[in-house]
Ligand binder design. Structure first.
Ligand code: PHE
Length: 368
């Protein structure tokens, strides 16, 4: 998106660097400090970045000077920076502790953990390039999505990794022998447990234990017996939403999802709704957005349809409410199941979904 600075050129804050630039500079400097040789101690790093006069602390004070409409975005950037810096520090202090505990502190010049040939020291260390890890794009995107829903009043719950038939299917209006079970063809353990095929497996637990109004989001890793291709993976993340109150309508569902999309991509995103089928919602719907990979010109990712299905959703089926002890004449609600992987792909225009779980460093390093 083109950014125009011209209209505000005379503003008194223009000479100050923007928060994004500040965040970038601090990050760069911390990364270079982390690689310094000899290493800088955690205590020194903490004072320099997180202490009262530390760079991150001072940057956080700059928030007052940011235009009110940009404050929330800048605040998020700064918080992310702070969390990241704290994470780096604890990583460094763990390494320090490990070295001390195992008696490989550098005095004898021999460090069995060093990523270079053991018989080289000092400046001759070829290939010494401490690798600094980064957050996986699925983590970044997941955290961003969670923050948006939290700002709308939703409360976060984590899904189970393994669950039973009742929660995965039966409580969701999919009795044994129901043909819709094929949609979630999955794996079973010998004890008849299931690595969850969808985060909807948490719906009954939430509906039967939280008193309305219910506003919960559930994040979980899901598994399916899937023949993989560029747009299908057997392992993926879902973010489920469950909302129940009196007089909840379809417009509440559509408003919630379109607000989320706009907040996530930072602009008004075109969307449409089309019918679909899931036994636990009635009617079953699919929330589609404009294809951001091709800008709606048509591409293999959207199968030349210019739209991408991103959020299966719908009003919660009366049978599901009843099964969890809620009276469908009194309460109504909606649910959705958003796949993170698709959001990452659309945001970064990635051509193959399998790259996300491949562990390929060449791919991941692009998200620094
Ligand atoms: N659980 C469904 C799936 O994974 C998605 C969904 C969730 C649909 C909630 C409607 C409501 O396919």
């Amino acid at each position: 998106m083109p950014k125009s600075h011209s209209s505000k050129r005379a503003g008194k804050n223009d000479r100050k660097p923007s928060i994004s630039a500040l965040v970038r500079d601090i990050k760069k400097q911390l990364l270079s400090d982390l690689q310094s040789d000899p290493p800088i101690s955690t205590a020194q790093l903490k004072t320099k970045y997180l202490g009262k006069q530390g760079m991150v602390t001072r940057a956080m004070k700059e928030i007052g000077a940011v235009a009110p409409e940009k404050r929330s975005e800048a605040g998020k950037e700064l918080n992310t920076l702070k969390l990241w810096a704290e994470g780096q520090m604890s990583r460094v202090s763990e390494t320090e502790k490990m070295r001390l505990d195992s008696g490989i502190a550098s005095d004898d010049g021999f460090d069995v953990t060093a990523p270079f040939p053991p018989n080289t020291t000092g400046s001759e260390r070829p290939g010494l390039e401490p690798k600094v890890g980064t957050l996986h794009p699925l983590t970044t995107v997941g955290e961003k999505a969670i923050r948006i829903f939290e700002s709308m009043g939703f409360h976060l719950v984590e899904a189970r990794r393994l669950d039973d038939d009742y929660n995965s299917f039966e409580a969701l209006n999919i009795p044994k022998g129901h043909p819709a079970r094929d949609l979630w063809d999955t794996f079973w353990t010998e004890d008849r447990l299931i690595p969850i095929p969808h985060t909807s497996a948490m719906q009954n637990r939430i509906l039967s234990s939280v008193k309305p109004p219910i506003r919960e989001i559930i994040v979980g890793k899901c598994f399916r017996n899937e023949a993989t291709d560029a747009s299908h993976e057997h392992t993926f993340y879902q973010l489920e939403g469950v909302y129940v109150d009196k007089n909840v309508t379809l417009t509440d569902l559509i408003g919630t999802l379109s607000h989320f999309m706009n907040a996530f991509y930072g602009r008004d995103i075109k969307y449409k709704i089309q019918p679909s089928y899931f036994p636990f919602v009635e009617p079953g719907l699919e929330f589609l957005i404009e294809c951001l990979v091709c800008g709606q010109r048509g591409c293999p990712f959207c199968h030349y349809s210019k739209w991408v299905e991103v959020i299966p959703c719908g009003p919660i089926h009366p049978n599901v409410l009843r099964e969890s002890g809620l009276n469908p004449d009194e309460y109504s609600g909606f649910a959705w199941g958003l796949g993170f992987d698709r959001l990452v792909i659309l945001r970064n225009q990635i051509s193959d979904i399998r790259l996300l779980h491949s562990g390929d460093l060449k791919f991941l390093e692009q998200f620094r």
